[in-house]
Design a protein around this ligand. Structure first.
Ligand code: GUN
Ligand code: ZN
Length: 430
């Protein structure tokens, strides 16, 4: 058993941003056995009950639940930062040529290492990852996530039109390769499989049917894709699926939406689409730096919450500008500030919720991760800025725990993350 000592901040209750309460325990003790928190209280009390246990002292700085990224692209780790283009141009000129490079096994192997290191060094402990179009490259991702010890849900990205030829597959091959990967990796340790058509712009009805077949064959598999990100994309999807009521319906009519679905972006959703997502219990990954970098639009968080659609955060690397979920939280806050009457003002606890527990809810993992309550896994991030840095100064002068948390979202970056744990194990590359 290990006794972790520190100031722990988390958001164990509440399901939607807008009124999230912060739990802040100063000089607390969390007793961890086999990766699970079994006791929590004042450090002096827990230590008195367990005087023989090893103490890991995290008192300098603050400890948060491990961050949860619900939308991030593994094959784009090396192309982050291509600015100045809207979605379809950016895909053509930056993202897709880079993704084609993962056909080379050596390149994919290196990208998998870079990618997993990027997640860990940002304090991300759980992620729903958009994989690659090549099955061996997806193997590289699972191998590396398993070696490092991250919680990753991912899958083969499938498409049969509108992309460069090397990225295309057929419905039959998509089914076979996805199933083979899922059989090997789904529910193996901290890994799970996600059925992943890129978007209905690049996936015919036959490929979407193949995706539905894999979901049926693999109980507990997740489903993820993109929708309603950019107006030109939405118009093209409407032309490709004249029979569908709207973009969300292109997935629903193939039986792909349910509580295990996470739809990325959804910036231009109509009310019927939000109602459908809510009815199905599907979640939305909000990707604020990506939406701003590609000029996709201002996310209607309030409308999602009002419709009862679950929303969590995604970095959307590489359209998003990095792995940091503090930065995504801050950008989410900025967007709501700038969205006039349609904006939902966000507090620091709302941002922490979006970056942790909301992700756990969207990924169906809230029994295990998302907060630091007894019974949960010890997945944690230790934030400790260098002495004298503006964040360190801010934290030392913070008026309250909530104020300290706001300063973390405003200023923290990867170098402030000095320790990352998953299931009680400290990860190496943090
Ligand atoms: N839509 C289809 N593919 C992508 C992608 O790679 N990134 C983003 N942001 N949107 C997409
Ligand atoms: Zn994406």
């Amino acid at each position: 058993m290990t006794l972790f000592r520190g100031t722990f901040l988390d958001t164990p209750d509440g399901d939607a941003p807008g009124s999230i309460r912060l739990r802040a325990d100063t000089d607390a003790g969390l007793l961890v056995t086999d990766g699970t928190i079994v006791e929590r209280g004042r450090f002096v009390d827990v230590a008195a009950r367990h005087p023989e246990e090893d103490v890991v002292d995290l008192s300098a700085g603050l400890v948060l639940p491990g961050l949860i990224d619900t939308h991030v692209h593994y094959p784009q780790v090396r192309s982050i930062g291509a600015l100045g283009m809207p979605l379809l141009d950016w895909l053509e000129k930056s993202a897709l040529p880079e993704e084609a490079r993962l056909e080379d096994p050596g390149y994919a192997n290196g990208a998998a290492t870079d990618f997993v290191r990027g997640l860990v060094s940002a304090g991300t402990t759980t992620a729903l990852v958009f994989g690659a179009h090549f099955a061996p490259a997806v193997e590289n991702l699972f191998d590396e996530a398993e070696r490092v010890g991250l919680r990753v849900t991912a899958g083969l990205v499938v498409s049969d039109r509108a992309l460069p030829e090397p990225l295309l597959t057929t419905a039959e091959r998509a089914y076979e390769e996805s199933l083979t990967l899922a059989k090997r990796w789904h529910d193996r340790g901290r890994l799970r499989y996600a059925v992943t058509p890129r978007f209905s712009l690049s996936a015919s009805a036959a490929v979407l049917d193949a995706c539905a077949a894999v979901l049926t064959e693999v109980p507990g598999a997740w489903f993820t894709t993109h929708a309603n990100e950019n107006t030109a994309e939405v118009a093209q999807v409407a032309r490709l699926f004249p029979e569908a009521r709207d973009y969300i319906d292109t997935y629903d009519r193939h039986g792909l939406l349910g509580p295990q679905s996470v739809i990325a972006h959804n910036v231009h959703a109509t009310d019927p689409e939000l109602s459908m997502l809510s009815d199905r219990g599907a979640s939305v990954a909000h990707c604020p730096t990506s939406n701003c970098a590609l000029g996709s639009g201002l996310f209607d968080l309030r409308r999602h919450v009002d419709h009862g659609v679950r929303v969590a955060l995604g970095s959307d690397v590489g359209a998003g500008t990095g792995f940091g979920l503090f930065k995504e939280g801050l950008q989410a806050y900025f967007v709501q500030q700038l969205h006039g009457d349609r904006g939902l003002p966000l507090s620091a606890p709302d941002l922490l919720h979006l970056a942790t527990r909301a992700g756990a809810l969207a990924l169906g993992q809230s029994e295990v991760v998302g907060d630091l309550s007894v019974g949960k896994a010890f997945d944690a991030v230790w934030v400790r800025p260098r002495a004298g840095d503006p964040l360190d100064v801010g934290l030392r002068h913070a008026a309250s725990a909530e104020d300290a948390l706001a300063k973390i979202f405003a200023m923290a970056c990867g170098s402030d993350v000095v320790g990352v744990w998953v299931g009680g194990d400290r990860l190496e590359s943090a």
